[in-house]
Ligand binder design. Structure first.
Ligand code: ADP
Length: 596
């Protein structure tokens, strides 16, 4: 009798490595060709079964036995009652348990009419063990050529074959374990590699899915994450793209509790549907098994995910009824991967939180811009009315006291006017929907005009204002009104914040493809602390000398935005008490308007 056929096992049969097949086949062939037996089969322990991995013999035997799976327990049950022939165990047909119908294939031969005749139901097998006496495989033979049970000499030869088969199976299993380790290490590396880039839960899962289904041959995979410790059911189930996994809430809660427990034990558990395990408390099993059966899952590898003390989720890989068992190598690789994926989940969570914050900030920024723009427009109309009415009043006809008040109102209105202009300019240059219309602009001409405009206030403040450039025209690519604002603000500030006796020098030069504007003053300077916030809206220095000057704190913010939307760069060097240098580099242009 030889091992049973099981169509389920074809997948396992196809997965065995080619090298081991060659070695097994050689031994099996030797037994049939040299040893003179009709059939020889080598099977290997796969989980709770013996799976036939090499057969030599008739076509009929080969067809019937390919990938056959025999439960180990059934086989051991028979062997226990067999005769001990050294490496082999012989069980005569009349001692075989008639209820044990999952044992053999029975060749169609008539036994000889002799005392030592071989009976088609006789069982002759050699259990193969490793160094630690663990069962690793089985050599079964059938149909002796002479139709008789093997004699003393033949049995000695058979012992030899059994030894060789044991060595071959051991070498093949070692080889498989090594190949598996390499494969799984590659799967782990794949995940770690993907962790170095910015990660969302979706990309993490895609990486896991690929690595796990290739590395582990998992039929299915999902990730369950928990939001916070002690908030049952707070998390989410992530399935690879295109896969719908609808896990009932009570099963999710069980999984969550199990993940915390497994993480605490630092254990990866194999759960076989219908069997006991360390992971699931008895009262939870039926619920989980019913769910797993409903999605055609026969076993799962449950990997808790975490970092340090924190358990953040669980990774579940599943296999169907026809898939192989989870090997010890796979279980230990899954534990390592669990650590990496746990860290990745934490990273992904941080990254997602950051993204949320950024979009909240962006929304806030948009709101602020809208507020600034609305405020500017709403103030503009009443201010225009005030200014118009002030102009209508005939200064000569009013009393001196009233004249004094009117002057104060006029100053206030002018100041308010500047604030409104700045607000509207800020709203304009900060709005991505207001495009920049560029042309070749002669920055030299703008600087000349601005310097001219501030020469009166410079002279009255005792500040020497000079220019330092000869090349003309000197074109940049930009919007003339906005560039005028930049120059006026920088020169105005330099004059404003330079005490009597100081100087302000404005220079222009062309450096490669850029035009560089420099406004250098010998004024009060800006502390390093103030420099950090200088370009923030409404920021005014903490330096009392600066606060003494009128200002809105909007000027430099506008300058920075304009330079930025022109594709330029703004740079400041300053020392408190010694003066400041504002340097603006803008893209140069040909007079035609083409970039220079
Ligand atoms: P403000 O309308 O207050 O001048 P700005 O945005 O133009 O607003 O400038 C912000 C602050 O930067 C000013 O309040 C001032 O303290 C400081 N600052 C700007 N330019 C100079 C400069 N050339 N020298 C010293 N401090 C300056």
């Amino acid at each position: 009798m030889s091992l049973t056929t099981s169509p389920d096992a074809v997948a396992a049969w196809e997965r065995r490595p080619a090298e081991s097949l060659d070695a097994f086949q050689l031994i099996a062939d030797a037994i049939t060709h040299i040893g003179g037996f009709g059939v020889a089969a080598i099977s290997v322990v796969r989980g709770s079964h013996l799976v036939v991995e090499a057969i030599s013999g008739s076509d009929q035997a080969r067809e019937q036995l390919t990938g056959a799976r025999t439960p180990i327990a059934n086989m051991l049950h028979e062997i226990a009652r067999a005769d001990d022939w050294g490496s082999f165990r012989f069980l005569p047909h009349d001692r075989i348990d008639p209820d044990n119908d999952n044992l053999g294939w029975v060749p169609e031969v008539e036994p000889l009419d002799a005392e030592d005749a071989w009976h088609p139901l006789d069982l002759l097998v050699a259990p193969l063990f490793d160094d630690t006496a663990r069962l690793i495989g089985m050599l079964s033979i059938d149909l002796p050529g002479d139709g008789r049970r093997p004699g003393r000499e033949q049995r000695r030869l058979l012992d030899e074959y059994a030894n060789q088969a044991a060595r071959a199976v051991l070498a093949a299993l070692d080889h498989e374990a090594l190949a598996e380790q390499v494969r799984l290490a590659e799967a782990a590396r794949e995940i770690v590699r993907s962790m170095s880039t910015e990660l969302t839960m979706e990309t993490l899962l895609a990486a896991c899915n690929e690595a796990m289904s290739e590395g582990f041959g998992a039929a299915g995979l999902w990730l369950q994450t928990f939001d916070a410790v002690g908030r049952p059911g707070s998390g989410r189930v992530w399935a690879p793209e295109g896969v719908e996994i609808d896990i009932p809430d009570d099963v999710k809660s069980i999984a969550e509790a199990s993940a915390f427990d497994a993480w605490h034990r630092q254990s990866v558990d194999v759960v076989r549907v219908g069997e006991e395990n360390a992971l699931l408390p008895p009262r939870a099993r039926d619920l989980v098994y019913d769910f797993l059966r409903s999605i055609d899952v026969a076993s799962m590898l449950f990997v808790p995910l975490g970092a340090g003390q924190q358990c953040v989720g669980a990774l579940v890989m599943t296999r169907g009824p026809d898939d192989p068992e989870w090997s010890p190598v796979e279980v230990s690789a899954a534990r390592d991967i669990g650590l990496d994926v746990g860290r990745a989940v934490l990273n992904a969570r941080t990254f997602e939180r950051e993204r949320e914050l950024v979009s909240e900030l962006q929304a806030l920024d948009t709101y602020k811009s809208q507020l600034i723009s609305t405020l500017g427009h709403e103030l503009k109309n009443p201010l225009t009315a005030i200014s118009a009415h002030l102009e209508l009043i005939d200064g000569a006809s009013v009393e001196p006291d009233t004249r004094f008040s009117l002057d104060a109102i006029e100053r206030g209105a002018r100041r308010l006017g500047r604030i409104v202009d700045d607000l509207m300019m800020l709203a304009k240059v900060g709005d991505p929907d207001t495009p920049l219309v560029t042309a070749a602009v002669d920055l030299g001409a703008i600087v000349d005009e601005v310097v001219d405009m501030f020469s009166v206030s410079a002279t009255s403040g005792g500040v020497e204002l000079r220019t330092d450039y000869t090349e003309r025209p000197i074109h940049v690519l930009g919007d003339a009104a906005e560039l005028d604002h930049v120059v006026a603000n920088l020169v105005g500030n330099a004059v404003k914040y330079t005490p009597r006796g100081g100087s302000v020098t404005v220079s222009l030069s062309r450096v490669d493809n850029e035009v560089v504007l420099e406004v250098v003053d010998t004024g009060i300077g800006i502390s390093a602390e103030d420099q950090e916030q200088l370009f923030t809206e409404f920021f005014r220095s903490r330096n009392p000398q600066a606060v003494a000057q009128p200002g809105t704190g909007l000027g430099l913010t506008i300058v920075a935005r304009i330079v930025d939307r022109h594709g330029g760069r703004l740079h400041l060097t300053s020392e408190l008490g010694a003066g400041s240098t504002f340097r603006v580099a803008l893209p140069a242009a040909e007079p035609s308007g083409r970039p220079g």
